[in-house]
Write a protein that binds this ligand. Sequence first.
Ligand SMILES: *Cc1c(COP(=O)(O)O)cnc(C)c1O
Length: 407
Amino acid sequence: MSDQAPLPPNTYDAEPIPEAARDAIDAMLLSGDLFRYTAPQDAPVALLEREFAALMGSKYALAVSSCSAALFLSLKALDLPRDARVLIPAFTFAAVPSSVLHADCLPVLCEVGANYRIDLADFESKLDDDIRAVIISHMRGHTSDMDAILALCDARGIPVVEDAAHSLGTRWHGQNIGTLGRVGCFSFQSYKLVNAGEGGIMITDAADLVARAVIMSGAYEHNWAKHMAGDDPELAAAFARWQNRLPLYNLRLSNLGAAIIRPQLAEIPRRVRNGRANHDYVAARLNESPWLDVPPPLAPEERAPDSIQFNLVGMDDAATSAFAAAAAARGVKVQVFGQSADNARAFWNWRFIPGDVPELPQTREMLMSACDTRLPARLKRPELDLIASALLDAAEEVMGPAAQYGT
Ligand SMILES: *Cc1c(COP(=O)(O)O)cnc(C)c1O
């Protein structure tokens, strides 16, 4: 590499927040009206909930402090008994088993395959009479076979919570991810498609479930009334049913967060379109290498990626480390999920789960060779080429020119 070679972009830089957020924030700073329940109606958080529900095509939305809070409240709102077992994928973020423990439940881990999706045979074998709920993490937007999963869960009457933290904009058979299960949860943390620093939201069509979640999120006294948009006798009855009967966890979103999120909702289609095009372009280039493999999407799936995952082919642990170092030397950060110390997506690091760490050989094998590189939607073709070339060159540096091996 010559000293003049342009370096790939910093993929951790965020996009600027749309200008429109400034006026709303300025007005809020002048009035000091930051709490969602101060205004009699139409507080920014309430407007965000209405807009997000409409955007996703769901009946109700509840904005909260994080996606982790949304997952926790979803489980609490399902009214599961203490120590209920909740089936989750073994490839997910540590926040998922954590939310299960917070809700006084016990996580059961199922295998995930080399394509980052739930292994259906293992899922079905673990979906026994003890499982009271399922959380499906659409990790980095990779959607497991939701037709099969919903059929298995529906047949047993087991509710499905979708962890769509990092999958906003993804579709399955044309339907928005997060609207397939009983509840869908999203994140507005800075590394997700919509960035408010922190924040989350849950969506559902179930009036009783959302009423419980609203109250537990911190709608004390009659603040739940500010969640009623128009006439909804079913929701009103649910609030009346649960009044004073649930603990308050106070996981609310502030008006400031909503003001930062709302103008970004209009940006989602562009970010999804560009993210997908960027991903597919880089995927095609990486798949030219015999050492790199980007698994294809499932047929019903349209992803909204802001990163790319690929498997290393024929590289042992030493070669894998050498590949990551060679990519880093070219300015591209590659994270091999299972190889970095204390990675929060490696199940063996979730030692806060009671009992022994389960053995999940298939998931472990995937985590030891799956690479993760950020690919934000704002990148342009020359930047994508720099990233793709850096990865291809790094693989060749470690494994030798492809042609030599006759592939
Ligand atoms: C980011 C993320 C979460 C947690 O979201 P927070 O808003 O930070 O709590 C949960 N699950 C997945 C798959 C994520 O990517």
